[in-house]
Design a protein around this ligand. Structure first.
Ligand code: GDP
Ligand code: GDP
Length: 450
């Protein structure tokens, strides 16, 4: 069984991560430094992928100024044993000298390292996430062990090592080396979620997509104990449907459906690459629809909106217009989310829906070269220069993409903290439209080199 070691200084969340992966409350989690723990091992499962996990938490009482001796011994043993190590940092605190020291000796051990920037829920972890690049192990993964965010990213990062087809590459080199090519992304299952208010037609659509029989007999307990993934294929391309409540209902796993449904929706979103928000064409757009859409974009997933029951809509063009306006008012971050009209009952529009889902994933996974980005930046500034608060112009110098899925960029310049939101929005919107990102959410961070 392939094994994964969890490494990191005290209190970054190693035990919490271990618990989440192993799923049993084996490890003790405590705020207080100094709680005694042993090295633990357990059988983990992540989105249906089994592996062994080794936790090294627990040597808090050592001198934190230099790498504690006992920690080193334990960690070294774990790293030597493992196939890949998760180097956990606390993104809220940023990179500390101890993190840097751990990084130095991890590098010397020569094992594949994935940097996990924990505590990234909300906004508090963004700069720590960026800082984690400086550790030199490529792209850090944003994660929240406590909230279960970032599991899909972790799954994707671990999979090559756990499933044995790891590229024999030095992971401490450029992160571009580790990234999947477009072909590989095309071949990996599309992680699709279908969400929406009760009665929008989710079950009907799912049945239409995968077939009734498959659905009742097929569910494998995939992602966690609470949710289900179903693999099937569309026009020869693999699709993994991720769902919690809707499928559970059909799989007759009785649950407190209504009370759980919002949490279920949010969890489902977290596992998906592309989220289809299903609207009921016999009803209008409602606040709850916007809240779900907003959450999808907040979480950085690609969003498609499908209006279902189109066979029942009486005045299609006026209805479509109303929905579009409602979306433009309600979803300021992203204009022009694809709107697809379907009938789950008759199957009309279902193929275009899947086609759009594959396309939007492609854009969401795309990487643009730094050269191309900086040519774009020069043009964008020439077209509309940044303002000069207090007579001093804000200078934007250098743009680079640090991450895909969703596309994430860092723009370096001087006095970037004074950039008005309207200008940020100008940059994001033109980046999206000039570089063909469609409607996928884009993250843009600003940094001053000093
Ligand atoms: P360890 O010493 O590295 O094993 O860290 P623990 O797992 O014991 O976690 C240390 C503290 O961080 C605990 O208070 C956890 O509740 C907290 N923690 C763990 N993961 C997260 C997270 O994702 N977000 C936040 N905000 N806190 C977390
Ligand atoms: P869920 O609660 O979102 O899973 O919704 P269901 O799939 O159970 O559908 C709710 C109701 O809408 C059922 O009576 C379906 O037959 C109906 N329905 C679903 N899709 C369509 C459609 O495309 N056209 C029409 N006319 N009815 C639909």
């Amino acid at each position: 069984m392939p094994s994964v070691a969890i490494i990191g200084r005290p209190n970054v969340g190693k035990s919490t991560l271990f618990n989440r992966l192993v799923g049993k409350r084996l490890a003790l989690v405590d705020d207080r430094p100094g709680v005694t723990r042993d090295r633990r091992e357990g059988d983990a499962e992540l989105i249906g992928m089994p592996f062994r996990v080794i936790d090294t938490a627990g040597f808090e009482d050592e001198d934190p100024a230099s790498l504690p001796g006992r920690m080193r011994v334990q960690t070294e043993a774990a790293v030597k044993e493992c196939d890949v190590a998760l180097f956990v940092i606390d993104a809220r605190q940023g990179i500390t000298p101890l993190d840097e020291e751990i990084a130095r000796w991890l590098r010397a051990l020569g094992k594949p390292i994935i940097v996990l920037a924990n505590k990234c829920e909300g906004k508090g972890g963004e700069s720590g996430l960026l800082e984690a690049y400086s550790l030199g192990f490529g792209e850090p993964l944003p994660f929240s062990a406590e909230h279960g965010e970032g599991l899909v990213g972790l799954f994707q990062a671990l999979r090559p090592f756990v499933e044995g087809d790891a590229l024999e590459e030095d992971t401490s080199s450029e992160d571009e080396d580790e990234e999947k090519s477009e072909e590989e992304i095309d071949l990996s299952p599309l992680q699709l979620a279908i969400v929406g208010r009760p009665n929008a037609g989710k079950s009907t659509l799912i049945n239409r997509l995968i077939g009734v029989d498959r659905m009742i007999t097929g569910p494998e307990a995939g992602i966690t104990r609470d949710s289900i993934a179903i693999d099937w294929s569309w026009q020869g391309r693999p699709v993994r449907l991720i769902d919690t409540a809707g499928l559970r209902k059909k799989a007759r796993v009785v649950d407190k459906m209504e009370r759980l449904s919002v949490m279920d929706t949010f969890r489902t979103i977290d596992y998906a690459e592309v989220v289809v928000l299903l609207l009921d064409g016999t009803q209008g757009l409602e606040g709850q629809d916007l809240r779900i859409a907003d959450r999808v974009l907040e979480e950085g997933r690609s969003l498609i909106i499908a209006i279902n029951k189109w066979d029942m809509v009486e005045n299609p063009s006026a209805f479509l217009q109303a929905i579009r306006e409602g979306l433009n008012d309600g979803l300021a971050q992203v204009k022009g989310v694809p709107l697809i009209t379907i009938s789950a009952l008759t199957g009309r529009g279902v193929d275009p829906l899947l086609k759009a889902a594959f396309e939007t994933r492609k854009a969401w996974s795309r990487r643009v070269s730094t050269g191309q980005l900086n040519r774009w930046l020069t043009r964008a500034i020439a077209h509309h220069a940044p303002p000069a608060p207090g007579g001093k112009r804000i200078k934007l110098r250098y743009l680079t993409q640090i991450k895909t899925r969703p596309p994430t960029f860092v723009l370096f310049g001087t006095r970037v903290d004074q950039l008005p939101t309207s200008y940020e929005r100008y940059l994001i919107n033109s980046l999206r439209s000039d570089l063909d990102f469609g409607s996928v959410p884009i993250r843009l961070h600003f940094r001053s080199p000093e």
